[in-house]
Design a protein around this ligand. Sequence first.
Ligand code: PMP
Length: 300
Amino acid sequence: MRESGTIWMDGGLVPWAEAKVHVLTHALHYGTGVLEGTRAYETPSGPAVFRLDDHLARLYASAKIIGMRIPFTMDELHAATVETVAANGHDACYIRHLVHAGYGEMGIAARNCPITVSIATWEWPPMLGSGVRLKTSSWRRNDPNVVPTVAKATGPYLNSVLAKREALDAGYDEAVLLNAAGYVSECTGANLFVVNGGRVSTPPSSAGALEGITQDTVERLAAGLGLETERRDLLRADLYTADEVFVCGTAAGVVPVLSVDDRDLDQDGPVTAKLVDAYAALVHGQAPDTYGWLTTVLGT
Ligand code: PMP
């Protein structure tokens, strides 16, 4: 990976190579961490972080769900994020917040491990390129009653790792996971939308999907374009017969799906194309920032 100069860790910037942990870090053994993936984009006012406060709010909500107290305020982490992006001199970057239970006590319930907070930034191209070939995974999505799927926690990502590797090994770009009941949930690191007969639908979080910040952005952009969206349960076959399918997430952006399980889809779908353009204009500060979603890093 492309290393940057520094990583923020527990209150200050440290050189990239020194941001280390002990092998008895609780989170390594039991997945006790919460994370965020955010991006800063190039804009006419310099680099700007997109929906930083919403990502931080989800980080705190995830921590609350798994019973972990973050030893910094949201304002402190907001400032630390801006400081890290600026210190690394990025025009644009991916930002990884991680809060994890560290070294101090072993055992599953261990409550006295120190909590480590880190913010790493690096330059990372879009995760899925400009078009995606999806494969339905043989792995089912985590059930919300097995692990809380609305929390963006580290442990449950093993489910995504298995599905992603299976899809790549079979020659596809990404997996789509069904939940235990057989409804479409999401991809390994992105949400999914289906456009059919003018209906724009995305699975609800009750299907095991993360409440995506890009998913929410797309819903609002669609409303601005006069398109109605709905959250509803979707079947695997709904993906095959859709007019258009697209995936969305911070790492990927908004990306058309070219095929699902080798059933070709319209890669130039008009709804997807409008949303791809609207999203790009918004994050790059080329459309009015109506919601105040862009946090400028260097000042104007
Ligand atoms: N689902 C999963 C499993 C993810 O990892 C992500 C990326 N955080 C998403 C959906 C999309 O979420 P967001 O739009 O907030 O990046």
